[in-house]
Design a protein around this ligand. Structure first.
Ligand SMILES: O=C([O-])CC(=O)C(=O)O
Ligand SMILES: [Mg+2]
Length: 394
């Protein structure tokens, strides 16, 4: 049995603000929690540390982490966190952190747990000396998933936000810049402007996309059923990759009615923060296993430890996890996509820095990205992120 122990868990709130809006929120005051699990294991003269953070869109979770989640981990008997592989086990850390928490009421707690869980898996992979996608393939994969991780993962460029002083030409330039980076699918926001204006924005973007490239649109849960259907009718005229989050994320009746009317692919799930919510989506949302896209984001919804259960549920329900393209745009979800053979992973080129994006030196090629073979998630391979992590570690 290893003698590795957790000696400290530190966290900090870091801004990722930008004066841009989707149909629902403005990001001027957006924050992220960054967390470091520090161990007494020393390699190359440095303690082994696992890092985690939440995806954009939900705020930093310092209060929950400091008051409930981190103290439970630090109070747990060290041997109670050591699993069958003889190392600190993310599943056991997760259970210690969730002690005395009732079911339901997911919300921000799911985000706080996602942060801790990302750090636990980064740590576990570093202690095992392998990249996270390899550790997940070996230890966390559903038996129905192929044994070898994907060598490259499909990624798409999410942007097209509403900015105070940007018009349609700037939107076109933004989308062209994503194509220049190697992306083949781009995404833009809708629902923050009247329908006719959004239709003009969509047509402008389609006009700059060459053959073989496509466009998804995202309403961020803004629409009533009536609005969702009006957009559905207008969007049907275009060959869109998908129509995302038309209505409230938990309004499965609205989603079901939309799926009956709109034939193209629908996408949703980024604001489902737990396994039971994802299961309700599959049970009641009327989604179609042959075309719709599931975007549950492990980093916002109790981590990979919970997402594994969601993947098992999808298989049981007759869905292929290949329908999943997690929200979030970072290396944690990219590793999960590679190990679990998900269809792909979101990406936010140039925004939500330095958390968004993949390892430096791994360009997007024909809409796909390869993963580094450094131990852990590979977060230290981003020059912009490394100093932020070091500051949290102290
Ligand atoms: O604008 C946001 O909150 C992010 C989002 O919906 C996405 O990436 O799909
Ligand atoms: Mg979205």
């Amino acid at each position: 049995m290893t003698g590795v122990r957790i000696v400290d868990v530190r966290e900090q709130t870091v801004p990722i603000e930008a004066d841009m809006s989707n149909a629902f929120i403005n990001f001027s005051k957006m924050t992220v929690s960054v967390l470091a699990i520090v161990t007494d294991e020393v390699r190359d003269g440095q303690p082994v540390v696992g890092y985690g953070f939440n995806s954009n869109g939900r705020y930093a979770q310092g209060g929950l982490l400091r008051e409930r989640i981190v103290p439970r981990v630090l109070e747990a008997a060290p041997e109670s966190l050591v699993g069958e592989h003889g190392d600190l086990d993310p599943e056991l850390i997760w259970r210690a952190a969730m002690r005395d928490e009732k079911p339901g009421g997911h919300g921000d707690r799911a985000v706080a747990m996602g942060i801790l869980d990302m750090a636990s898996w980064d740590l576990a992979a570093k202690l095992a000396g392998v990249p996270l996608y390899r550790l997940l393939s070996d230890r966390a994969r559903d038996p129905r998933t192929p044994a070898e991780p994907l060598e490259r993962v499909w990624v798409y460029a999410a942007g097209g936000y509403y900015y105070p002083d940007r018009g349609i030409e700037a939107l076109q330039d933004e989308m062209r810049s994503y194509l220049d980076l190697g992306y083949r699918t781009v995404k833009m926001k809708i629902g923050g402007a009247p329908l006719e204006q959004d239709v003009r924005r969509i047509e402008a973007v389609l006009a700059v996309l060459p053959e073989g490239c496509d466009l998804a649109v995202d309403a961020n849960g803004r629409f009533s059923l009536e609005q969702a259907l009006a957009y559905a009718d207008a969007l049907s005229a275009y060959p869109l990759r998908w129509y995302e989050e038309a209505g409230d994320p938990l309004d499965f009746e609205e989603l079901r009615a939309l799926a009956e009317r709109y034939e193209g692919p629908l996408a949703t799930g980024e604001n489902l923060l737990s396994f039971p919510e994802a299961r309700n989506l599959i049970r009641y949302g009327g989604l179609r296993a042959d075309r719709d896209v599931l975007q549950m984001d492990p980093a916002l919804s109790y981590g990979l430890t919970e997402f594994r259960r969601t993947v098992g549920m999808l298989f049981d329900a007759g869905w292929d996890p290949n329908r999943c393209v997690p929200h979030g745009g970072h290396q944690f979800n990219l590793s999960i996509a590679a190990a679990f053979h998900l269809y792909g992973c979101e990406s936010y080129p140039g925004i939500f820095a330095p958390f968004g994006g993949f390892a430096d030196g791994y360009p997007i090629e024909d809409g796909h990205v390869r993963l580094p073979d450094a131990p852990g998630i590979g977060l230290e391979l981003k020059a912009g992120l490394a100093p932020v992590l070091a500051a949290v570690r102290g």
